[in-house]
Write a protein that binds this ligand. Structure first.
Ligand SMILES: [Zn+2]
Ligand SMILES: [Zn+2]
Length: 384
């Protein structure tokens, strides 16, 4: 299933500014919020879709990559299995920025402000960066790569809680278990009550008295993880794909960071890349240029047979349509350009020398006796 355009999802124009995008997302988030659409799967999908669109478009770097490369540029390649979307926790962890501050929280909707997520500070794991080297064949076809990364993963002994067992907690003495601290201040409008996340327990309402020994109470440990990456066809050196949630695990059951995959390209021994086109330099002999010959050309799908026509001029370019590289996240495909060069030997045998001397005096080898082509028709022939 292909993904919808992020701008379309939020119903904003391509050049919408940050404020317009935020506003549009806020509208969608309210419209499709799970608390308002209980049990409605379609609304939940729309809610997630909008969050994903916002996640990309609200980040200048991601938005630029999306504008340039589409979903593939931000880890959402169509059919690529990349990314895997955002979890509800990811989505709610953003709400502080969207609805916080002057917006007045969620008091407008029943149940929202009181949800268990409200006010709890969510730890976010850091992003991981890896490089993946691909050869031209892999770039042409897309590739599944398994990579081993050393990263923070959830501690198995405590399931990421950081506590030795379920009795290892006591109520937080700062907030008395509420997770919130309330401050009352006097203003000209009367008493104002502001509440914020408890700094001692981070909003949990309890603190760990007996820490898990495997992770020293962090809830995470270093370990190797094998991650399978689906790299879409057509990627390019320097492109960065992001796999959401595959970065470092966060302390004490927070939200995982992302895995950022930097693409590196291995040089092909024979084919040169120019955007989506490939270039191959073909060296033929003088007799082959004059008499024509069948040749084999390497492509990313193996060798193909091509006929060199009699009378082929040096510098002529043969275009093998569709034998280049696919466009990333699209249907187009580049061409393979075969640049023909004619090999001129420096050292020749006595016998050959005689033959060439004969050519030298022969009328048919004289340039003025050529086809009489104009410069422009010659140029045109080069690209036929
Ligand atoms: Zn542990
Ligand atoms: Zn507390």
């Amino acid at each position: 299933m292909s993904k919808r355009d992020y701008y379309e999802i939020l119903e904003v124009s391509k050049n919408a500014n940050a404020e317009e995008i935020k506003k549009a997302y806020r509208k969608k988030a309210i419209q499709y919020h799970p608390d308002k659409n209980q049990g409605d799967k379609a609304a939940e999908e729309k809610f997630k879709e909008a969050a994903e669109a916002y996640e990309v478009l609200s980040n200048a770097e991601k938005r630029q990559r999306y504008d340039q490369f589409g979903h593939a540029g931000v880890g959402g390649a169509a059919g690529g299995g990349f990314g895997g979307g955002m979890s509800m926790d990811d989505i709610f962890s953003h709400f502080g920025d969207i609805f916080g501050g002057g917006f007045g929280g969620f008091s407008g909707f029943g149940g929202f402000g009181g949800s268990s997520r409200g006010g709890r500070r969510v730890n976010k794991g850091s992003n991981l960066r890896v490089k993946v080297k691909l050869n031209l064949e892999e770039i042409a076809n897309g590739a599944e790569k398994k990579i081993k990364v050393k990263k923070y993963v959830q501690c198995n002994s405590c399931s990421g809680t950081g506590a030795a067992d379920s009795s290892s907690y006591s109520n937080c003495s700062t907030c008395h278990g509420s997770g919130q601290v309330t401050r009352i201040s006097n203003t000209i409008l009367g008493q104002m009550q502001t509440s914020s996340t408890c700094p001692t327990c981070g909003g949990d309402g309890k603190i760990i008295t007996n820490k898990c020994t495997s992770c020293a109470g962090e809830g995470i440990v270093r370990d190797d993880e094998v991650i399978s990456l689906n790299i879409p066809a057509g990627v390019e050196e320097g492109m960065q794909l992001s796999v959401s949630g595959k970065g470092n695990a966060a302390r004490r059951g927070g939200v995982n960071g992302d895995l950022l995959v930097l693409i590196e390209e291995e040089k092909h021994p024979e084919l040169m890349r120019d955007g989506n086109n490939l270039i191959y330099n073909l060296n033929i002999s003088i007799p082959d240029a004059i008499l024509g010959t069948p040749v084999e050309i390497p492509t990313v799908e193996g060798k193909v047979k091509v006929k060199i026509e009699p009378g082929t001029q040096p510098g002529k370019i043969l275009r093998l349509r569709g034998k280049g590289l696919p466009e990333v996240n699209s249907y187009g495909r580049g061409d393979l350009l075969v640049q023909i060069q004619v090999f001129i030997p420096k050292n020749i045998s006595k016998e050959d020398r005689k033959a060439v001397e004969k050519m030298q005096t022969s009328e048919s080898f004289h340039p003025s006796n050529g086809t009489g082509e104009s410069f422009f028709s010659r140029m045109k022939n080069m690209f036929e």
